[in-house]
Design a protein around this ligand. Sequence first.
Ligand code: C2E
Ligand code: SIN
Ligand code: SIN
Ligand code: FE
Ligand code: FE
Length: 370
Amino acid sequence: MAADKKLQILLTFAEKITREKDLHKLLSLLSDVARDILDVDRCSLFLADPENKILWTIVAHGVERIEIPWDKGIVGWTFQHGKSLIVNDAYSDYRFEKSIDKKTGYRTRNILAVPLLNRKGEVIGVFQAINKLYGNFSEEDEDMLTLLSGYAASAIENTNLYAELNDAYKETVLKLSHAAEYKDKETRNHILRTGLYAKVVGRELGFDDDEINILFLATQMHDIGKIGIPDRILLKPGKLTEEERKIMEKHTIIGFNILKGSKSRLLQIAALIALEHHEKFDGTGYPYGKKGEEISIYGRIAAAVDVFDALISKRPYKPAWQKEKVIKLLEEEAGTHFDPRIAEIVIRKADELFEIKESLPDENEEKEAD
Ligand code: C2E
Ligand code: SIN
Ligand code: SIN
Ligand code: FE
Ligand code: FE
């Protein structure tokens, strides 16, 4: 394409860009411009999702959202190396990820990929052009796409989209954890403690740092569903009637419904924990009577640390139990209520867990001697 034609497209674009407040439309526009200027079949704008370690298409011509592990494919290579890449015969390049074509039924011939850099020079995504209509990609194409990717990156930074995506899940955790807490003040530190105990258990099970962090945050949301339980039941000072108990048990499903359906792995696991933390290893728990490894490892961990903390704490309906009595219950219920492997860890690590409890007591316990 002639330079003047390119300039014309850019000017038209520049005029639109200043008026376009909607980021998504703006990025679509930018992809259209890239396609027209480069004479390619389609363009995709991938953004990194650091939590899930994927690149996903915020904009893609002619296909549904594509997700790719952030170290896979031409796109992943460009993201990892922060360098542009021209591949003129995709299928003979070892980096090319054929599975995407397989899924979309598309035939990729050649690819130009350039990194999306923020102001600090960090790579936040990849701009990709696929299938040049005539001939191969040139250095001039590369320069042009690099220029356009600069527009895209600054548009994204200006609307703060990237920071929002990045922080959204952390914020969600905090908000949600505290939403349940405000109704049930006595369990304020219970929320944090269960997360801390779960961390200890995860470490003993050999979880890696990422998994431990997810476990720590997700476990803290286990009772989020209590927000849907009426105060007269939730805050009742005495024993629950059978009918009240049935309502109380719904906090598992309510929590699951609040948290489910997210793309975030953290929230997916949190949803599972909310659903499963009252299931029992022998299948006698609720809401579904799941048994053994039908209950996720996260659910089994949360079940054990939740009960551990409930027992060593004072509740409106029960006093705090002594350590020996708690250990005895864990031993007795290993294999029935609890996954025996997890019960063993909680027993073995009981001193460390008691220290956590002592450093984060409940409000109603702070002034009491034990
Ligand atoms: P929670 O108080 O945090 O207790 C969590 C879980 O710890 C309980 O799940 C149960 O498995 C275990 N647990 C708590 N206290 C005892 C105990 O004295 N003995 C034994 N063996 N296990 C205990 P569960 O039973 O499904 O209860 C779920 C939630 O329902 C409780 O959370 C609490 O908020 C509420 N709840 C249960 N029973 C009563 C009750 O009698 N009165 C009131 N007001 N609330 C209750
Ligand atoms: C790749 O990057 O290897 C393929 C990506 C795509 O087909 O969009
Ligand atoms: C419950 O919500 O079921 C009880 C308390 C807890 O799980 O912490
Ligand atoms: Fe619960
Ligand atoms: Fe709990």
